[in-house]
Design a protein around this ligand. Sequence first.
Ligand SMILES: *Cc1c(COP(=O)(O)O)cnc(C)c1O
Length: 382
Amino acid sequence: MTLSIPPPFLPFTRPSIDEATIDDVAGVLRSGWLTSNGPKVQSFEMALSNYFSGRPVRTFNSGTCTMEIALRIAGVGPGDEVITTPNSWVATANVIIQVGATPVFADIDSRTHNIDTDQIAAAISPRTRAIIPVHMCGLPCDMDGLYALAAKHSLRVVEDAAQAIGSSWKGRRIGAFGDLISFSFQVNKNIMTGEGGCLVLNTGDEAALAEKYRLQGVSRSGLDGIDVDVLGGKNNMTEIAAAIGLAQLQRLATFNAQRLALARQYFHCFGEEFESEYGAELPVADFDHSNWHMFHIVLPVRMSRSAFMQRMLDLNIGVGFHYAAIHLFTLYRKRGFKEGMFPVAERVCRQIVTLPLFPSMTTTDVVRVVAAVKSILNQETS
Ligand SMILES: *Cc1c(COP(=O)(O)O)cnc(C)c1O
């Protein structure tokens, strides 16, 4: 009898946390100042502002509340329509409902999987107030087309850049230009704080409003002056999270370089014939703008995604699916959306899988993943 030792489980993502970061967090705990705008939050916001060409930045406790607050700052509310993509994490559309506005979807481009600018143009109505584009997997949307359209119709843009820290468009960093740009530091993102997010704003006034919205609408003056003039929530980042974020931000360039090298290795291993041979689709081979937040392939229609995922798991390889089409969730069907409305997103969202990609992964891991994908698709063909 031969005993084969299965290779260790390879997750589709995993955060990189070093001992120095753990020491920093211990330092925060020892300091006794754990939350509410302490020194770490202020340093983190300053470092982020620096990173985004000096624009004002405020932190929050999730990417979701960051986008919700961005919509409130943009003055979006009941009676307004906001155009977004059906191919995203559900948070992107949920925040529109959360502020009392109406989500309107525009289909995606079949290659980039990002919102299609022409489809946005077709969806604009007299009630449209804002657009929420998503830079899927860190691949930037068509920023020129998008901002030209927004300017033409006087629309606000809240970029869902949850996945796009370190991405760029024509030499300019995502977040360093544009209207309101929202990032997430959820644990799977290119840098993380456990949970968290930040918003890049246009003016000091917007930043002051962001501070109110994140903490009960409170503004303070002097030692005992306090007033509340808008309804805010409880969305502030903790000192613990900010300490993690500061350490992560220092390593962002290294993380993204490692992701890029692994993405190149994926293309190398799949080879130029992969798409034609297997009927599957690889992502856009963008080595200039993307931060390679994720590596997606679209399975051929003959392959059941759940069967594929099960076979990958049998080989001890974790895979994800990002995302399910938002408009087909029950909450959205109840608002009148149905199958067939956004055929490109529906096709992509049904067959897409996320392969492992994270900074501490090795090129050997990539070889193993690609061999597994090919063997599973081969079995399916024969
Ligand atoms: C992660 C993510 C969000 C939500 O961020 P949270 O920090 O989890 O609230 C929103 N949109 C996209 C595209 C994301 O990837």
